[in-house]
Design a protein around this ligand. Structure first.
Ligand code: GTP
Ligand code: K
Ligand code: MG
Length: 366
C-alpha cells in the first residue's frame, strides 16, 4: 500500500470514529500517524518528481509575499496592479502555470511578490501543481490568501485545510511545549498545570509511535491539544507564517456582505477591477510583515533618508550592524539613536537595544 492510500485509510477511520471521551485516545494516536505519513508524502522523491520542491524562483528583496488562492480569484490581476510585472490574466482557470515574481516598492523596501498558479482541493496530496505551490508558499514571509468575495465562505476553510495538511500554521505561534530527545533514561513527561486535553498515556503512546523512547517533555500550556503536541514532535516540518486574507471582486457583492467580510480578523477587501482598496491591501500587508526601516547616520552629516536599511520586527542594534557589514559588531563601541525607540535623543545604546520603525542610528566603532 502506498503512502497516499495509507493516508486515505486513516482519514476514513477518523471520519467513522465518533468524537467522545472514550475515543479521544484512539483518535490522538491516529492523528500522530497521519502527521508522519503526510510528512513522508512531502519528502522529495528520488524519481525527480520534485514533490517537496517549489518553483525555481530565487528570493530577492527584503521580504517575500506569496499569493495563494483558488483559480481565477484575481491573483495575477493583483500582481500586475501592484508591481511592474505583467502576469497573464484571463477568465478561465489555471491561466498562471508557474511562479511569476514581481517587485513591490514600499517605503524604501523592496518586497518580492510571488504570483502562483491556482490551487484546488486535494492540492496537499498532489492534485494539480498544488504541492509546488504550497512549497513556494512555505518560503514566504507572508501569505496573501486571495479569495473571491462572491464565492461561498467555505472556500477559506478549504484552503486553510490544504495549507494545514502540509504543515503550514497561519497566524499562530509554536505551542508552548518543551520536547527534548535524550540518549537514554526513558520518558519524562511533566505538566506545569493539569492538562485539559492531553494525558501522560496519550503523549507516551504517540512518542512510542515516533520511536522517541528517551526524551523529556514539559507541557507548559494547560490548553495544549494533541495536534499541538504532534506539531512539536514534527517541528522540522512545521512553518509558522503570517496570513492576510484578501477578498477580491467586492464590486460584485452587497454592502452588507462587504461589511461583514471586512470585519474578520487579518482580512482586507478590494476590487482590482474598480481599483478599490488595493492600496489598503498593500498597507495591511506591510503592517503584517512588520518590517522596520532604519536610517544610518555618519557623525556630523544628515542621515540619508533615501536609503533605508530594512530589518525584521523585534530587531536590535546588533541586527542592524549585521545588515550593514558582516564584521561591524566586532569593532562596535556604542550607537546613538534618534526616534521612537529612544527615551531621550540621542540615546546612547548597546547592541541589545531594540529598534523602532524610522529610527536614525549612528554607529560608533573602536
Ligand atoms: N468582477 C471582478 N473581476 C475581477 C476582479 N479582479 C480580477 N477579475 C477577473 O477575474 C478573472 C481572473 O483573474 P486572474 O487574475 O487571471 O485570476 P488568477 O487568480 O490569477 O487565476 P489563475 O491564474 O487561473 O489561478 C479575470 O477575468 C479578471 O478580469 C475584480 O476585482 N472584480
Ligand atoms: K484566471
Ligand atoms: Mg493567475
Amino acid at each position: 500500500m502506498g503512502v497516499s492510500e495509507k493516508i486515505k485509510e486513516i482519514e476514513e477511520e477518523m471520519k467513522r470514529t465518533q468524537k467522545n471521551k472514550a475515543t479521544e485516545y484512539h483518535l490522538g494516536l491516529l492523528k500522530g500517524k497521519l502527521a508522519r505519513l503526510r510528512a513522508q508524502l512531502l519528502e522529495p522523491t528520488t524519481t525527480g518528481a520534485g514533490a517537496g520542491t517549489g518553483f525555481d524562483v530565487s528570493k530577492s528583496g527584503d521580504a517575500r509575499i506569496a499569493l495563494v488562492g483558488f483559480p481565477s480569484v484575481g491573483k495575477s490581476t493583483l500582481l500586475s496592479k501592484i508591481t511592474k510585472t505583467k502576469s497573464e490574466v484571463a477568465a478561465y482557470s489555471f491561466t498562471t502555470l508557474t511562479a511569476i515574481p514581481g517587485v513591490l516598492e514600499y517605503g524604501g523596501a523592496e518586497i518580492q511578490i510571488l504570483d502562483l498558479p491556482g490551487i484546488i482541493e486535494g492540492a496537499s496530496e498532489g492534485k494539480g501543481r498544488g504541492r509546488q505551490v504550497i512549497s513556494a508558499a512555505k518560503t514566504s514571509d507572508l501569505i496573501m490568501m486571495v479569495l473571491d468575495a462572491t464565492k461561498k465562505a467555505e472556500q477559506r476553510a478549504l484552503l486553510e485545510a490544504e495549507l494545514e495538511a502540509v504543515g503550514i500554521r497561519l497566524n499562530r505561534t509554536p505551542p508552548n511545549i518543551y520536547l527534548k530527545a535524550k540518549k537514554a533514561g526513558g520518558m519524562k513527561i511533566t505538566f506545569t498545570s493539569p492538562p485539559l486535553y492531553l494525558s501522560e498515556k496519550l503523549i507516551s503512546s504517540i512518542l512510542r509511535d515516533y520511536k522517541l523512547l528517551n526524551c523529556e517533555v514539559l507541557v507548559r500550556d494547560e490548553a495544549a491539544t494533541v495536534d499541538d503536541f504532534i506539531d512539536v514532535i514534527m517541528k522540522d516540518h512545521r512553518k509558522y507564517i503570517k496570513c492576510l486574507y484578501v477578498y477580491n471582486k467586492i464590486d460584485c457583492i452587497s454592502l452588507e456582505h462587504l461589511d461583514s467580510l471586512a470585519r474578520e480578523p487579518h482580512t482586507a477587501v478590494m476590487s482590482c477591477e474598480l481599483d478599490l482598496g488595493v492600496m489598503d491591501v498593500v498597507d495591511r500587508a506591510w503592517e503584517e510583515l512588520a518590517l522596520l526601516r532604519v536610517y544610518t547616520k555618519r557623525k556630523g552629516v544628515q542621515p540619508d533618508f533615501s536609503e533605508a536599511l530594512i530589518v525584521r520586527g523585534g530587531s536590535t542594534v546588533g541586527d542592524v550592524c549585521d545588515q550593514v557589514h558582516r564584521n561591524l559588531k566586532e569593532s562596535f563601541r556604542y550607537a546613538l539613536v534618534w526616534g521612537k525607540s529612544a527615551v531621550h535623543v540621542p540615546q546612547r545604546v548597546g547592541l541589545g537595544h531594540s529598534v523602532c520603525d524610522e529610527d536614525v542610528i549612528s554607529i560608533v566603532t573602536k
